[in-house]
Ligand binder design. Structure first.
Ligand SMILES: Cc1ncc(COP(=O)(O)O)c(C=O)c1O
Length: 386
């Protein structure tokens, strides 16, 4: 089969595994496949390599390696942080979060509601921002944890997590942030942010799917979510995914080395794409404030047409983009993020997210800018009343 060239603009859904990461992982699939918990040398060697990876991911977020728990994904990390806060403080049965979190958080909170916990989902402004006064007022004596994402996966809008952490500190409440969309795009410093818990996922950082981490600040009580063997110092049962963890460590190292240059380069490409669309395609506008925002994300509404049609025609010319998050794409529901920002259903259904990454080039951006106006004009001409 003749494979069409792929123009990948969906890096918030997942990222290409970096060749350097694949190279780092292969020995752990081929030769060094020992169990890191085994006491003999062959197993211990795998354990030592895992310790190296732990040090590398810890360095990425300026944590102590002992504060890092490897998990299976960002979803598990989010669920685990909230679960721990509730089980270590059984008298506190309230969770404070926002209406625009990823389903990895929202669906867990909805499940908690069914189990009798109370959850407050804070609203957002039309630009996607949060009202911190309202956040502070919404913290109750029975609030076990405040969980607010750092960067929105759909719009790229950033929440001021450092300020939120300071409010939580003042109020004596635990604070978790879902930082899954930030590595490689923003500098992450858990000490400076002063958060209690922070979630990451390797596959958003050019490492494989199926591995994540939860940062748990030293001296914060922790109750494991996955219970079994004594892995991860008794904090997460289950034999570790050594090869992927090693890959995660290598990806962290690469991201640290290139963060400043790459985030600047990707931002310039994103702005070229966004300005090109807003200036070159009539009836378009951005969803979410311009700043503060991730440097790689652009979410655009195309008046009068459905995102599904746009994505289909983009796909025909090899361009990958998305509407909403990958996990909800395919459902007919309009994005909960855009709806929470006050977008009409029609606008939410006509919006596309482009998310760039380190492998995108200017030529690829120009290819999208070349193809898109024709696609939009064609869809508008065939739309009812077009
Ligand atoms: C903000 C955010 N949180 C959590 C997740 C879930 O991560 P994972 O796919 O590793 O479970 C994602 C994935 O899209 C995300 O964008």
């Amino acid at each position: 089969m003749n494979q069409q060239r792929v123009y990948y603009f969906d890096n918030n859904a997942t990222t290409r595994v970096a060749p350097e990461v694949v190279d780092a992982m292969i020995p752990f699939l081929r030769e060094q496949w020992g169990n890191p918990s085994s006491t003999y040398g062959f197993g211990r060697q795998a354990g030592e390599q895992m310790d190296g990876a732990r040090a590398r991911v810890a360095a990425l977020i300026n944590a102590d390696p002992r504060e890092v728990i490897f998990t299976s994904c960002g979803t598990e990390s989010n669920n685990s942080a909230i679960h721990s806060a509730l089980t270590t403080q059984p008298e506190k049965r309230h969770v404070l979060t926002t209406a625009v979190e990823h389903s990895a958080n929202l669906k867990f909170c909805e499940l908690l509601q069914k189990q009798g916990y109370t959850v407050t989902f804070l609203p957002v402004a039309p630009d996607g921002g949060l009202d911190l006064e309202l956040l502070e007022k919404s913290i109750r004596p029975e609030t076990a944890i405040v969980s607010v994402m750092w960067a929105n996966n759909e719009t790229g809008v950033l929440f001021p997590v450092r300020d939120i952490a300071a409010i939580c500190r003042r109020k004596g409440v635990l604070f978790h942030t879902d930082a899954v969309q930030t590595p490689g795009k923003l500098k992450i410093d858990v000490r400076e942010l002063d958060v209690d818990f922070l979630s990451l996922s390797a596959h958003k950082l050019h490492a494989p799917k199926g591995v994540g981490l939860l940062y748990v600040k030293r001296r914060v009580k922790y109750q494991p979510y996955i219970v079994g063997g004594g892995q991860e110092r008794g904090r997460r049962g289950g034999t570790e995914n050594v090869a992927s963890i090693v890959g995660f460590g290598r990806a962290a190292e690469l991201a640290m080395a290139s963060l400043r240059d790459e985030s600047r380069r990707v931002r310039a490409l994103r702005d070229r794409l966004e300005d090109g669309i807003l200036g070159g395609v009539p009836g378009t506008s951005r969803n979410g404030g311009k700043e503060p925002r991730l440097p790689n994300t652009s979410n655009i509404a195309f008046d009068g047409i459905e995102a599904e049609g746009i994505l289909m025609l983009l796909d025909q010319v090899g361009i990958c983009a998305s509407s909403g998050s990958a996990c909800t794409t395919g459902s007919l529901d309009p994005s909960h993020v855009l709806t929470a920002m006050g977008c009409t259903t029609a606008r939410a259904r006509s919006s596309i997210r482009f998310s760039l990454g380190i492998y995108n080039t200017e030529a690829e951006v120009d290819y999208v800018l070349e193809r898109l106006p024709g696609i939009i004009a064609r869809l508008r001409a065939s739309a009812p009343g077009g």
